[in-house]
Every structure is written in structure tokens, then in C-alpha cells.
Design a protein around this ligand. Sequence first.
Ligand SMILES: Cc1cc2nc3c(=O)[nH]c(=O)nc-3n(C[C@H](O)[C@H](O)[C@H](O)COP(=O)(O)O)c2cc1C
Length: 300
Amino acid sequence: MEAIAPRIDAEACQGCGACVALCPSGVLAFAGGRLVARQTGCIGCGHCEAVCPAGAVTLPGDDWAASFSTIAPTGQIVPPGGFSPAMLVDLLRSRRSCRRYTGEAVPGPMLEDLVRAAVTAPSGTNSQAWTFTVLTSRAAVMSLGEAVAEFFRRVNALAARPYVRKGLALIGRRELADYYRDHYPSVAAALAEWDRDRTDRLFHGATAAVVIGSRPGASCPAEDALLAAQNMLLAAHTMGLGTCLIGYAVEALRHDRRVAAAIGLPKGEAVHAVVALGRPDVEFLRPTGRRRPLVRYKTA
Ligand SMILES: Cc1cc2nc3c(=O)[nH]c(=O)nc-3n(C[C@H](O)[C@H](O)[C@H](O)COP(=O)(O)O)c2cc1C
């Protein structure tokens, strides 16, 4: 990543020190009564700019997530306590995985806005090293679907051989045996339906998809990508779209270069999530389905 450093307008600075107190990297300080910025170590989080009452500190570059085209955010900050928790919980509980789509295409600008919503997520050391490969048409989704199906044909052919499963288990590698037990039958059935009439048990007929990955070098690439994915799922719901995470596609993209190459992913780019998208052809009438988790409280 290029070195970033906050710019200071010495005339405008009121010397309040809010930016100095907030900078997570200790880049800002007062020297001789003037605010100064070290030229190294800045992670570009923009907290200095966001907190300055005088607009005296700015980060170079645009805030890419500021300009949506299909939605019109006010740009106002919602302070802590300034949004209805009830509405938020209603939204969280209303997002469900969608496995029926109308077939209508998702407009390109909406897909771009979903990426903008995604990148408002936090990322480890603000690395923002996520990547988004946007499949904008049903044909593009089907094409990835075919590459994923080909991968699982090979996996199922291997898993169907008892001596391979047992041999691997003997050397402590139980993945194939576990796969055979947990996934083989449903994958075989899905492949048979795909081959018969293109019934799409993988992407469920979605008309767009986003593969979320990361470039090398991020400190927490998987966490960053999954947080971005959750933002995308929620934003999509508010925009009238259905979504579904597709773990099977992630597996194929991770384990087979041919699948990754089919959507143009360069070597070294990791894949963390695949989000199927489309206009939903299902209406959920009530929220259901969450079990009590294991929660521990420590009071001292
Ligand atoms: C990491 C992950 C992978 C998933 N993979 C698939 C998948 O391959 N196919 C699918 O239909 N649903 C998939 N799902 C959706 C889950 O089945 C779904 O989230 C879960 O049943 C809860 O339902 P809800 O999302 O409607 O609340 C996946 C979800 C997650 C979090």
C-alpha cells in the first residue's frame, strides 16, 4: 500500500487536539505549538478528518464509498443511540437466504452500490485489501456454476472410491471421508439435476453474484471479507434484492485454479465468500430459526 499521511491546514487548525487523541497510530502530534503529521505509519482510517471540528485535517484521495448512484445517503453521521435499534433488529431478522429468484437482471449501478456498501465495513489495520468480482448476468453466473459443477464432479468421482477415502483417512486426512458422509449424496443429486435440465441447486437461479476475496498482505483477510459480505447482504435486502451465500462455490474457487481462472482471479488472490443475488421470488412472512447460542458471561 502507498504511504498515506494526513494533510494539515495550519491556518484552520484550532489546536484542540481531538485528532491527536484519536489517531490509532500516533501519527499526529503537536510540535512547537503546531499540529504536525509523521509521514509514515498512517493507516488511512480517516478518524482525524472525521473528528476535526475545523476541517483542518484531511486525508488524500477520495472517499469512494461516499457517492452511491441508486441510493441517496444524506451523508449525516448517525451518532451512537441515534438510530432505532428496533428497526435495526427488524432488518437483521428480515434478511434471509433467498433460493428463489424471478430471473430479472440486477442493474449494474445497483451492483456497484452494493460494493460501496460492502467497503464501509471495518478491516484489520484498515488494509481494505478485499476484492470484488462481480458477475453481472445470469449467463456469467451459469458459467461459474458450470466450472463449480465440473469441480464437484471430480470430487465426487474421487470420493466414490472407498480405497481412496480409507487410504487418506489412514494417514490422518479424513476430509474426503467426511465429505462422502455429509455432502456426496446431495451433491450427486444436484449434479444429476443440473445435467438433466439445468436445475440450479448451486446458485438457485440467481441473476448476479459477487465473489469476495482478498489480495495478499492483509492482516485479517477472511474477517474483512466476511464483514464486507454481511454489509452487502443487508444493503441488498434494503434495495429489494435477495441474497444467498454460496459456500460450495467458495470451496471450488479455493481448491481448483481452473474455477478461479474461469472468472479471471489472478493467482494469490484468496476467496472468502460468494454472494448470489437477484430479485426474490419468495416472501417471508415471519422471522424464524435461531437457536439459543452458548453464551458465557464473566463478571470479574
Ligand atoms: C458460510 C456460509 C455458506 C453458505 N453456503 C450455502 C450454500 O452453498 N448454499 C445455500 O443454499 N445456502 C448456503 N448458506 C446459507 C445458509 O444455509 C443460511 O444462512 C442458513 O440456513 C440460515 O438461514 P438464513 O440465511 O435465511 O437466515 C451459507 C451460509 C453461510 C454463512
